[in-house]
Design a binder for this molecule. Sequence first.
Ligand SMILES: [Mn+2]
Length: 278
Amino acid sequence: MAGIEISPRIKLAAKREGMDATKVRVGAHEIGGDRVVVIAGPCSVESREQLFEVASAVKEAGAHMIRGGAFKPRTLPYSFQGLEEEGLKILAEARDLTGLPVVTEVVAPGDVGLVESYADVLQIGARNMQNYPLLKRVGEAEKPVLLKRALSATIEEWLGAAEYILAGGNANVILCERGIRTFGKLTRFTLDLAAVPLLKEVTHLPVVVDPSHGTGHRQLVAPMARAAIAAGADGLIIEVHNEPEKAKSDGAQSLRPAGFVSLMEGIRPVAEAVGRRI
Ligand SMILES: [Mn+2]
């Protein structure tokens, strides 16, 4: 692509002439194929009742996978840190209940084996995008990795992080744009949607967009979800909570189940308009 050149030292993540886009298979779904994959669920797993209620609601609305944090890297040590292994068990039960694969974060190299024994996709959070021991460890994992962009990472730094996982032998890497830090105070981050078509030029890896963390406000989530699909995203990851006002984390950006139903209705015609399906 004339004018968009990435470092030649990014080898495995780079798209080369005539190369097919990578499709990452997760259960019955494929991220990077014709269908736009929707991952939805609470920021944190708080209880069995909470996760089951949200997981059933998002399944009913047409989500393809469940998200939920069991290990939570929080800005302050006083905030809720997650239910850890108990949370992983609840996620696995929610998968049994709904049939939907589970995406959940791993924060420490020593926990990768444990998280992998319960989860279908290992998420590397924005704050750990440059945690190289963790990237090396998930490079040896059997499960696909959803790699979030760090708060202030350039595209090349992000692809460099993906390169660690690919170089470790794990070919199933999904990139996730989740907003970067700019100067505005009214949104939590600035959702960089230009990253989506840019990545399509320079990498073969699939790209998912997180409009929940990318904006921080539930009113902005559905419009930016539509925009992400219009820009060519292969998937969405959306926070949904049954009682957002009582959420232990990220309530302000979490959709209620009814809001998620209308998000799903709103993205279908956009996907169709760009030659995709939900
Ligand atoms: Mn969150």
